[in-house]
Design a protein around this ligand. Structure first.
Ligand SMILES: NC(=O)c1ccc[n+]([C@@H]2O[C@H](COP(=O)([O-])OP(=O)(O)OC[C@H]3O[C@@H](n4cnc5c(N)ncnc54)[C@H](O)[C@@H]3O)[C@@H](O)[C@H]2O)c1
Length: 376
């Protein structure tokens, strides 16, 4: 049994799916690891470290794609999918709800593929929860980016030249990324406030020393996620937020609804109401943005407000993001492989069944199928 680790090819993707630290655990299960030369470069892991941990290094990318299990972070390109050996298993983020072209190519290749983002968020699967490990990195970096971009202090400063008040930071969307952004902004000394449409997270927000902003719009959906708001609810929320946002120095937005465009929370009018020099960090840029004036991948100044909508923030901290992702993948592989190192995919197991997008070329994930039909 061999696990292959290709070098990521997506623009700006600096992470790598497996790090040397986990190789010993795989080898203890009689699993060999083959790493494409330079795969760890972006995460500052030289080939020698993989070699010392017991991996084989191959210059030819096709060797990694010919492995029994191929592990990746970013969704594979069509070319990469074509390089998969028939019968091999692909594990990685596959964007099943938003990238029907990936699902279609995987099906055409007759592949079997497990999507890390489709692993059910149940207690038994916590160690495999790559959405959480990467969102945690994103939330942390978003708070730092907010502090870096703001021309004011985050903490209260009492100096010989007088006192400056602490910055006020508002986080919209209090999931994994939002809670980490709140915790990080608090550690930097800001006064923090959190908001979400799932009322059950109010307690978690308060436990981080933040105030809870209650706008009276509740939209708890299935599986712990938020549902999409109705047009009426959205308008009420936008109006209430336009008022609430005025007093904040930094607004970090992290609101997402799986498979949908990011909810529009901050309108152009709300930006106009903010003080000049204030900052918005929009973490939802990849799904279209939570702020009407965001330009995904750019930092722009609109109405005197700096609006940053960085893409793939976890890649900007590739070392730790890769290490956490690798532990998530290791936990999944340990579930899939028996003691002798043979692959045993148990499709009765809700983790395997939930994560499987394509099985021997058949699209078996309901969300991925719906996305394919929607795109047809
Ligand atoms: N293993 C586990 O048990 C486990 C681990 C991590 C997360 N979870 C749960 O998964 C769920 C999703 O977490 P996530 O971080 O992936 O969320 P997410 O990234 O999908 O969304 C981020 C946040 O945006 C909020 N949101 C969506 N629409 C909004 C709107 N219109 N206005 C304001 N906020 C809005 C969501 O409620 C969510 O809190 C949560 O219930 C979380 O507790 C469970």
């Amino acid at each position: 049994m061999q696990v292959g680790v290709p070098k990521e090819s997506a623009p700006g993707e600096l992470r790598v799916a497996l790090v040397p630290e986990v190789i010993g655990r795989l080898r203890a299960r009689s699993i060999d690891v083959l790493v494409q030369a330079g795969a760890g470069e972006g995460a500052l892991i030289p080939d020698d470290l993989y070699r010392e941990a017991g991996a084989e290094i191959a210059a030819d990318p096709s060797a990694a794609y010919a492995s029994d299990i191929v592990v990746k972070i970013a969704p594979p390109s069509e070319q990469e999918i074509k390089a998969l050996r028939s019968g091999s298993l692909l594990i990685g983020f596959l964007a099943p709800l938003t990238s029907p072209q990936t699902t279609r190519a995987l099906a055409a290749a007759g592949a079997t593929a497990l999507a890390m983002e489709a692993i059910p968020r149940i207690t038994r699967a916590q160690a495999m929860d790559a959405l959480s490990s990467q969102a945690n990195v994103g939330g942390y970096r978003a708070a730092l980016l907010g502090a870096q971009t703001l021309g004011r202090f985050f903490p209260m400063m009492t100096t010989a030249a007088g006192t400056v008040p602490p910055a006020k930071v508002l986080v919209l969307g209090a999931g994994v990324a939002g809670l980490q952004a709140l915790a990080t902004a608090k550690r930097l000394g800001a006064r923090t406030t959190g908001y979400d449409v799932r009322p059950e997270v109010a307690e978690q927000v308060r436990s981080l020393g933040a105030d809870w902003l209650d706008l009276g719009v509740e939209a708890a959906g299935e599986g712990g996620y938020a549902r999409e708001l109705s047009a009426q609810e959205r308008e009420a929320q936008q109006q209430a937020l336009t008022e609430a946002i005025k007093g904040f120095d930094v607004v970090i937005t992290t609101a997402l609804v799986p498979g949908r465009a990011a909810p529009r929370l901050v309108t152009a009018e709300a930006v106009r109401g903010m003080r000049a020099g204030s900052v918005i960090v929009d973490l939802a840029g990849e799904s279209g943005g939570n702020c009407e004036l965001s330009e995904p991948g750019e930092t722009v100044v609109r109405e005197g407000v700096k609006i940053a909508a960085p893409l793939n923030l976890p890649a900007s901290m590739a070392e730790h993001a890769s290490a956490l992702f690798a532990r998530n993948v290791l936990a999944l592989i340990e579930l899939l492989v028996d003691k002798d190192g043979s692959l045993k995919l148990d499709f009765e197991d809700e983790i395997v069944a939930g994560a499987c997008i394509v099985r021997a070329g058949e699209v078996v994930h309901a969300g991925a199928r719906a996305a394919l039909e929607g795109a047809a």
